[in-house]
Design a protein around this ligand. Structure first.
Ligand SMILES: [Zn+2]
Length: 322
């Protein structure tokens, strides 16, 4: 699974960072998913090989514009590009009504079905090879994290075990290999008992805006990766006061350390960190602050940064070194 960041800026875009969007790409084939769709996400896509025809679903974390204002434009373009297959949009309350009002008031025609699914209480929703659940976060408006877990991992038939059990090869071996339970000589054979898989199912969490990372403790248990906002450093967050509703690098890092997370990707950085020589601070401040609390693999996302979570569960940045 590849994680391709399309926007990593909080609130407003900068010259080098667009507002939030993240593409998840399957290992094989062209299927992909979009998490959040800030304004101009479709422009970012033009710099990638991703096709709107292969987009399987969009997940919106919350209704703030820097996470969803790109939605009508992106869907309108998909329609103009002759997309016909239905699309799933998982989103919190407000998005469907807003989108439908845009359709109506701007005379937008979308030539494919859009199935809206409520983000609230999403539990083990099956989509292709994933089971997806949401977790409610703490923000000024209802905001959600999405946890993805692989449903099936590649496996092979335990032929030794079958032979030892006196089950000779034949078409029923193929059925078991495909995961089908069968009956052989009057005995029920459960496929799972004869399949060997070397890899554990991969699991990851993509957070929306959130001031309380600890809300993700359960979702992150045994997870390979967490992608979470770190809008600014602790001192800046403290100056903003209780209305700020975002996480500082320190609080995310502290949480990640506490739950033993192996890989942490920080994103959604305040525009105050724009540029390298900036009196208001730099992303190095975010990195240093997080690194002081977290001993796992720490990454700061950039626009077009690509990370890969391999079938073996190894997570690495693959576009370039940071
Ligand atoms: Zn935001």
């Amino acid at each position: 699974m590849d994680f391709l960041f399309l926007g990593t800026s909080a609130g407003v875009p900068t010259k080098s960072r667009n507002v939030t969007a993240l593409a998840l790409q399957e290992d094989q084939g062209k299927a992909w998913y979009l998490i959040d769709c800030g304004e101009a996400t479709q422009h970012q896509l033009l710099h990638t090989k991703l096709s709107l025809h292969e987009l399987q679903a969009i997940f919106i974390t919350h209704v703030h514009g820097d996470h969803c204002y790109g939605l009508p434009g992106l869907l309108a373009s998909a329609g103009m590009n002759q997309r016909k297959q239905p699309l799933v949009v998982v989103a919190p309350q407000g998005i469907e009504a807003w989108f439908k009002s845009t359709l109506e008031n701007t005379q937008l025609y979308i030539p494919f079905d859009i199935q809206f699914i409520q983000a609230e209480n999403l539990q083990n929703y099956s989509l292709r090879n994933f089971s997806i659940s949401s977790t409610k976060l703490a923000h000024r408006t209802p905001s959600y994290a999405y946890r993805f877990q692989e449903r099936e991992v590649e496996s092979r038939l335990d032929t030794e075990k079958l032979k030892n059990a006196g089950i000779p090869s034949g078409p029923h071996w193929g059925e078991l290999a495909r995961g089908e339970d069968i009956e052989y000589n009057g005995i029920k054979l459960v496929a799972a008992n004869y399949l060997l898989s070397e890899n554990a199912p991969r699991k990851w969490v993509i957070g929306g805006d959130n001031e309380t990372p600890a809300l993700l403790a359960e979702a992150c248990a045994d997870c390979d990766v967490l992608v979470h906002e770190a809008t600014c450093t602790k001192d800046v967050a403290e100056k903003k006061g209780s209305e700020f509703s975002h996480s500082a690098a320190a609080s995310v890092a502290e949480f990640a350390e506490r739950v033993g997370l192996r890989n942490l990707v920080l994103t959604h950085f305040s525009s105050r960190y724009h540029g390298t020589h900036n009196k208001r601070g730099s992303l190095e401040d975010i990195r240093k602050e997080a690194a002081a609390y977290y001993s796992g693999n720490l990454y700061l996302a950039d626009d077009f940064a690509r990370f890969r979570l391999s079938t073996k569960g190894e997570f690495t940045r693959v576009d370039k070194s940071e």
